[in-house]
Design a binder for this molecule. Structure first.
Ligand SMILES: C[S@@+](CC[C@H](N)C(=O)[O-])C[C@H]1O[C@@H](n2cnc3c(N)ncnc32)[C@H](O)[C@@H]1O
Length: 273
């Protein structure tokens, strides 16, 4: 599956809406990753923050906790994810103006040069035009402003693909192909950043071996990849794929759970002053 095909099969926002209520519970590692990105940004007076692919607001909340901005704009294609973010804001007493916009990264409709910091956590890998998305995020920055991106890295999750090789279901091809389409490595990220006219400050990859219960792994895959299947498979077919995959994962898991490699790619860049 190449990037064009990924765009064709995936109404990403609609898919994330259908699993939005389960999102935070299913992706506990994303919460830690977003916090790590935010804590790695250089010090600065970031009064206006843009969070692209904000989802349920995990990165925005981390930015509020560290930088105490006056204003945060959250942009996401998924109405359901934005609704979850809005519900969190209702329950919080954060003294910050928040604007939530349902929009694609390439069509955010924001004035150029108006943000001190732009962050995007675990969404970049779903953007079909990554170079264009980086330019759009860079355009939003004022001179001297900073960009922070966290996304899936390459060389990961081959253990899951080995499990998939033993599953007999047409949905396997969709899952198997998406890894190559979305994952990126450090040099590719540097090219996106420089292509957007930004100065790379710090680009790094974290690689880890995780052991989790098979059900936890599959729940994460369910909440983040629902959109890949919705155009081609009905709910029963998707449930069948999950049941067959779960059986093979249990067979592959050891006493400590299902072991897999995961990489996260981080990038921090600055717009020249
Ligand atoms: C895995 S979630 C990450 C959410 C949140 N940033 C986090 O760290 O948990 C990916 C989000 O990106 C959004 N998204 C995907 N493609 C997008 C696009 N082209 N433009 C804007 N948002 C997009 C999805 O709707 C989803 O809410």
């Amino acid at each position: 599956m190449n990037e064009h095909e990924l765009r064709a099969v995936a109404d990403v926002g609609e898919g994330f809406s259908s699993t939005a209520k389960d999102y935070d519970r299913g992706v506990r590692f994303n919460i830690a990753g977003g916090q790590r990105l935010v804590m790695s940004l250089p010090d600065g007076d970031h009064r206006r923050v843009l969070d692209v692919g904000c989802g349920t607001g995990l990165a925005s909340l981390a930015m509020m906790a560290r930088f105490h901005p006056d204003h945060v704009t959250g942009v996401d294609t998924s109405r359901g994810m934005l609704d979850e973010f809005a519900a969190k804001l209702h329950q919080s007493d954060a003294q910050v103006e928040v604007e939530l916009k349902q929009a694609d990264v390439l069509h955010m409709g924001i004035a150029p040069g108006t943000y001190d910091a732009v962050v995007s956590t675990m969404a970049f890998h779903w953007f079909p035009d990554k170079a264009g998305a980086t330019r759009a995020m860079g355009d939003a920055l004022r001179p001297g402003g900073v960009l922070g991106v966290l996304c899936s890295g390459r060389h990961a999750e081959h253990e899951f693909r080995e499990v998939l090789a033993r599953v007999d279901h047409p949905g396997v091809a969709v899952w198997d192909a998406v890894f190559d389409a979305v994952q990126r490595d450090i040099p590719e990220m540097e090219e996106y950043v420089r292509g957007a006219g930004l100065e790379p400050l710090d680009i790094w990859m974290e690689r880890r071996i995780r052991r989790v219960p098979p059900a936890e792994y599959l729940e994460r895959m369910r909440v983040v990849t629902r959109h890949l299947f919705q155009a081609q498979f009905n709910d029963d077919e998707i449930a069948d794929l999950h049941a067959r995959t779960a059986a093979e994962m249990h067979a592959a898991a050891g006493a400590d759970g299902f072991e897999y490699t995961f990489t996260k790619l981080y990038a921090i860049a600055r717009k020249p002053a």
